[in-house]
Design a protein around this ligand. Structure first.
Ligand code: SF4
Ligand code: SF4
Length: 99
């Protein structure tokens, strides 16, 4: 997939190396090649390319990854695809901290 960079230094992705067992599942599921692998552990190599989809967090067997997924415009686009409708984050102006 083409590597896109979103906003710099705002991604919530975190990796706890102490918990990582080196299974590489995060590397397999990440669509943006955010993770690298070195010395039997995953590491974050391209944090700004993370779109906070949450796939790595959901599939990490050790709970080593945390990311605030399902927020903002990416969630809106995914919701739209899943519903077969226009992208919408459902904020409708009711959430003061939304776009
Ligand atoms: S999925 Fe989790 S345990 Fe597996 S390599 Fe990635 S961070 Fe480590
Ligand atoms: S949240 Fe999605 S894009 Fe970001 S590192 Fe995890 S799998 Fe990759």
């Amino acid at each position: 997939m083409k590597q896109l960079t979103y906003l710099k230094n705002v991604v919530t992705l975190e990796l706890d190396l102490q918990k990582c067992n080196g299974c590489k599942m995060c590397i397999t599921v990440c669509p943006h090649e955010v993770f690298g692998f070195s010395e039997k552990k995953a590491f974050i190599k391209n944090k700004d390319q993370c779109m906070e989809c949450g796939a790595c967090e959901k599939n990490c067997p050790e709970g080593a990854i945390s990311v605030r997924s399902g927020v903002g415009c990416v969630a809106g686009i995914i919701n739209g695809i899943m519903r077969g409708s226009e992208p919408s984050c459902d904020c409708s102006g009711t959430k003061s901290d939304c776009c």
